[in-house]
Structure formats: structure tokens, C-alpha cells
Design a protein around this ligand. Structure first.
Ligand SMILES: *Cc1c(COP(=O)(O)O)cnc(C)c1O
Length: 361
């Protein structure tokens, strides 16, 4: 008897493994495995979702007008150049399905965010992973990796899981080195956390009229990972394509309301970013003082190298025994490393104490 078969590339996809949130037999869990903001959900977003709950018999606004206007106000952008999505993952998938597909190539950096690989394979693209330098995207090598079939180039900036950032002049050089018919997708999920002055999340390249699109998320600094909400900023032709292919009601009404509430929460981003800058520094220094290699990070997480896979695994186990869940990154071909989200001051202190106790044991 025959049975339905998916397209050949589908079974080459390794299912995405999210950050774990439970440990058998441990009561107090501290989850530092998904780069969720340190301060939970903005109170204004909670209130907005509660208000929206009473209206859930209504379909959401399929154009996300209020949310796009709020994003426009917050970031000084034209709402007509914005599309909202069910997480930025949804927008990434649509971009790849719309511009990629069988017979095309997608170029990304070797340790780039895994969703480009998953959605690229789903679309039938050949996914080309370009070796990095010092765990940072190698711009010249990415340009050189593009061939006549290349339709999409993805750069997470800062990148997850490495934390590395490509300075704005190099991103501009990447764009300039690509054919005009290649879409450059700048995934700026961690843009708010960046401290370097040498950074463009993508707005400048989009506004210069290049074939570039910037994706952003509410899952990190805005504390809404559970609501599934992302957005992108691009030029008219790409925005038009996304509006044709997305579901008519791709963002649910509670997420729309939560997004506006989060954007309007007074001081939220400032407080979160100041905390992150301080504790990313303290956590990194503390771990370096224990003899570990900590890569420079512009995100709300640190990539820590234990030099051997077995040592990373042992440290992971020791942290878990104390209820601290961090992220193993073997699937990113970084088996000697762990990625640790910058949590609250208490959480960071507990991580430092746990790693210290483990290394001394
Ligand atoms: C967390 C993250 C996202 C966000 O995805 P959502 O679907 O918006 O939750 C996107 N890109 C990168 C690199 C990330 O780390």
C-alpha cells in the first residue's frame, strides 16, 4: 500500500528544539534558555490582553492598523512599510517561500539562526552555510558564496546563538556586494539591546531603497514570546508580497493588543536595556574570572565556551541540578558551548554561583 510522501527536502529538516522549561523533580525552575526578557510581561500588555479577551468573538484587524501605527510612533517608521506576523518566524517563512523555493539557494552564516535553515529546506531551497570568523559572519565569504541561483541572504544581527554583531559599514558592504535581485533579510531580533554605536538594525538600508527587509520581534525585550508577535520593515514591493501570502488574520487579537500595550509601557525598554547592559557585563566578567571563554555579545545572552563538549555537558547538568536551565547549542555545531540568557540580578548571581561551585567540585 502506498502512502503520502512529503517533498524530498522536508524529511531533511531536524525539528526545532525550543528552550526547555521543566526539570523532573525540581520545583523552582529558572529558565535562561530562550532569551526571554528578564522582567516578564509589561503590565500594560497584560491589561490589554485582558481587555481583548472579552472581545474574542470578533475577528482581529487583519491589517494590524493600531499596532503598525504604534510601532511607527515608537521607532519613527512609516506604518505603510510594516507587516506584522505571528512571531517573526512566520514572516521569515513567508519571505523564504515567496522568494526562494526549488532550484534556488539561500545563503546564511554557519552559526546563523536555525529557522532560516528549517524554513529554507521547507521551501526546497539549497541552504548554504558560510564559515564564520571568530564566530562572526564573514561578509566577504557570504558575498562570494552567492551564485546565479541565490535569491535570499539572511543575517541575524546580533546573531543568536553567538551574540556577535556586524558593524553597520560591513552590513552596507554586504548589501552593496549582492546583486539587486537578491533579497537581504536582516533579522534584528535583539536590536534594542545593542550598545555599540556602530549599528544599523536595517532601517537605513531599507530607507536607502535597497532590496533589504528588517525583521523584529516582541519575544525578547518586550516580553511577549508566548503571544507570538513579530514585524518587519521593508520597501513597497516586498511588503506587497507579504500582504498577498500571509493569512488574512495572521496575528490574533490578543497579540495585537499586547503589542500596543508593550510599546506604550513607560520606560520598559530603557529599564530592560540598562539592566541587560549591566548584568551581561557582570555575568561575563564573573564567568571569565572562572577561566571560561565568553564571547562578546550585543544580545541579552552570552555564549560561554567550556573548550570540551564533555565539560559543557557536565556544566549543563550541574546547572540543571540547581534548577537553572540554559541552552546547549550542539545543534548549532557549537558542542563545547552553552548559551545563557541574561536574567534578573538574582538569576545571574545564581548562575555564577552554580558554575563556580561546579568548577571547584
Ligand atoms: C528569538 C529570535 C527570533 C524571534 O522569533 P519570534 O518568532 O518573533 O519569536 C528571531 N530571530 C532570532 C535570531 C531570534 O533569536
Amino acid at each position: 500500500m502506498g502512502f503520502p510522501q512529503p517533498r524530498p527536502t522536508i524529511l531533511s529538516i531536524e525539528p526545532y528544539v525550543g528552550g526547555e522549561s521543566k526539570i523532573e523533580g525540581v520545583n523552582r525552575i529558572i529558565k535562561l534558555s530562550s532569551n526571554e526578557g528578564a522582567f516578564g510581561v509589561p503590565p500594560g500588555a497584560v491589561a490589554a490582553m485582558q481587555r481583548a479577551a472579552a472581545e474574542m468573538h470578533r475577528y482581529p484587524d487583519g491589517h494590524a492598523n493600531a499596532l503598525r501605527a504604534a510601532i511607527g510612533r515608537k521607532f519613527g517608521l512609516d506604518p505603510a512599510k510594516i507587516v506584522c506576523g505571528n512571531g517573526s518566524d512566520e514572516l521569515i517563512q513567508h519571505l523564504i517561500l515567496a522568494y526562494g523555493g526549488e532550484g534556488t539557494e539561500l545563503v546564511m552564516s554557519a552559526h546563523g539562526f536555525v529557522m532560516y535553515d528549517i524554513s529554507g529546506r521547507y521551501a526546497g531551497c539549497r541552504v548554504i552555510k558560510v564559515p564564520e570568523r571568530n564566530l562572526t559572519a564573514d561578509i566577504d565569504a557570504m558575498i562570494a558564496a552567492c551564485g546565479p541561483r541565490t535569491k535570499l541572504v539572511f543575517l541575524a544581527n546580533p546573531n543568536n546563538p553567538t551574540g556577535s554583531m556586524v558593524p553597520k559599514a560591513d552590513v552596507a558592504r554586504l548589501r552593496a556586494g549582492l546583486r539587486d535581485d537578491i533579497l537581504l533579510v536582516l533579522d534584528s531580533a535583539y536590536a534594542e539591546y545593542v550598545q555599540s554605536p556602530d549599528y544599523d538594525a536595517g532601517v537605513e538600508l531599507v530607507d536607502a531603497g535597497t532590496n533589504t527587509i528588517m525583521t523584529r520581534t516582541f519575544s525578547k525585550v518586550f516580553g511577549l514570546g508566548g503571544a507570538r508577535l513579530g514585524w518587519c520593515y521593508g520597501n513597497a514591493d516586498v511588503i506587497d508580497v507579504l500582504n498577498r501570502v500571509r493569512g488574512p488574520f495572521n496575528v490574533n487579537a490578543q497579540a495585537l493588543a499586547a503589542g500596543v500595550g508593550a510599546l506604550e509601557e513607560p520606560g520598559w525598554v530603557e529599564k530592560s536595556v540598562a539592566h541587560n547592559a549591566e548584568w551581561r557585563g557582570r555575568l561575563g566578567e564573573g564567568l571569565r574570572a572562572l577561566g571560561l571563554t565568553v564571547y562578546p555579545s550585543e544580545g541579552n545572552f552570552l555564549l560561554v565556551d567550556f573548550t570540551e563538549a564533555a565539560r559543557a555537558k557536565a556544566a549543563d547538568a550541574a546547572l540543571r541540578a540547581r534548577g537553572l536551565i540554559v541552552r546547549a547549542v550542539g545543534s548549532y555545531n557549537l558542542p563545547t558551548c552553552l548559551r545563557i540568557t541574561v536574567g534578573t540580578a538574582e538569576e545571574c548571581t545564581l548562575v555564577l554561583e552554580a558554575v563556580k561551585a561546579h568548577l571547584r567540585a
